[in-house]
Design a protein around this ligand. Structure first.
Ligand code: PBG
Length: 314
């Protein structure tokens, strides 16, 4: 009766990794229980999740090397299977909420979220690509566009591009405070999207992702994203950044999203596989703490498992 925080499946967003082809279901070794799947298996997965009460999905593509280039042109090509898969999901399940990923890294031969030239990330030229990518995704039926790239000014540029193309009803879930974190490892394994090792390519993402030591900067980023037209403010990673989630929740009226990232989930899975923690207890407690800190929407690789546990406990 007096419980202050109620976490339900409605708050959760399930990430899905897509690959081309048919009948593909490859487990991601550093994130057990998660798979790269082709369209046929993705449709089954979405159906299962929806029957458990998970209606929101964030989609990430594993792009073959042959389609990668310096400026990520495949991202907005009509041949990009990512767009075709989104369309197929929306046709079959119009009531689901699909969130996209906007960033160059899956499509970049350099493995960066922006265009690389002379050892640097070229911010403003990257915006042009991000705008085209967002418009192509809105056309494919995505409900929310998810810029994960951390270029400056991209929320405004994407909003203007969407509006000009007539997609005034497509929202933006902005990765507002995305930190240059060591917890993205399994995700980069899943998509083979880590920065390439070469003398003229920045070796990490520290020139555009945030310094984990900074909290005030998250408020500055949130002010900018709000002014630029974001519909959600996201903090990423989540469990190690509960103070940042709480601070954004206190200071802004937009819905707050938290991305419980691959490395954070992998830690818990590994401890449970070793018999050191009890998955059915530790996993829901981790998710509850994100909601208690102030996250309205939670992206987590545990969404489906949380929903089936809830049903089991009723
Ligand atoms: C890249 C992107 C990353 C994640 C989501 N989008 C990795 C990165 O910034 O290198 C990480 C998500 C996770 O670890 O679960 N645009």
């Amino acid at each position: 009766m007096v419980r202050e925080t109620q976490l339900t499946s409605n708050h959760l967003i399930q990430p899905l990794f897509l690959v081309g082809g048919t009948q593909v279901k490859e487990e991601i070794s550093s994130l057990p229980g998660n798979y790269r799947m082709s369209l046929d298996n993705i449709l089954k997965e979405v159906e299962e999740c929806m029957s458990l009460g998970i209606n929101s999905f964030i989609l990430f593509p594993a792009i073959p090397e042959i389609h990668k280039d310096k400026t990520g042109t495949h991202s907005y090509s009509s041949e990009n299977f990512y767009l075709k898969v989104a369309l197929a999901i929306k046709v079959r399940f119009p009531e689901c909420c699909l969130i996209s990923d906007v960033a160059l890294d899956p499509y970049s031969i350099d493995g960066h979220d922006g265009i690389v030239r002379g050892g640097k990330i070229i911010n403003d030229e990257t915006l042009e690509v991000l705008g085209k990518m967002a418009v192509a995704q809105a056309g494919a039926g995505f409900d929310l566009i998810g810029p994960s790239d951390m270029m400056d000014g991209r929320v405004r540029h994407i909003r203007q591009s969407l509006d000009q193309a007539g997609y005034t009803n497509t929202g933006i879930m902005s990765y507002t405070a995305k930190y240059a974190s060591a917890f993205y490892g399994p995700f980069r394994d899943a998509l083979d999207s880590a920065p390439k090792e070469s003398a003229d390519i920045p070796k990490d993402k520290k020139t555009y992702q945030m310094d984990p030591a900074n909290k005030k900067e998250a408020l500055l980023e949130a002010t900018l994203d709000t002014e630029e037209g974001a519909d959600f403010l996201m903090v990423k990673p989540a469990l190690h950044y509960l103070d940042v989630i709480a601070s954004l929740k206190q200071n802004f009226d937009l819905p707050i999203a938290a991305y419980h990232v691959s490395g954070e989930c992998a830690m818990l899975i590994a401890a449970c596989q070793n018999g050191w923690l009890d998955y059915e207890k530790a996993m829901p407690e981790a998710l509850l703490s994100l909601h208690r800190a102030g996250a309205d929407a939670i992206i987590t690789y545990f969404a489906k498992d949380f929903a089936s546990l809830q049903i089991g406990h009723k």
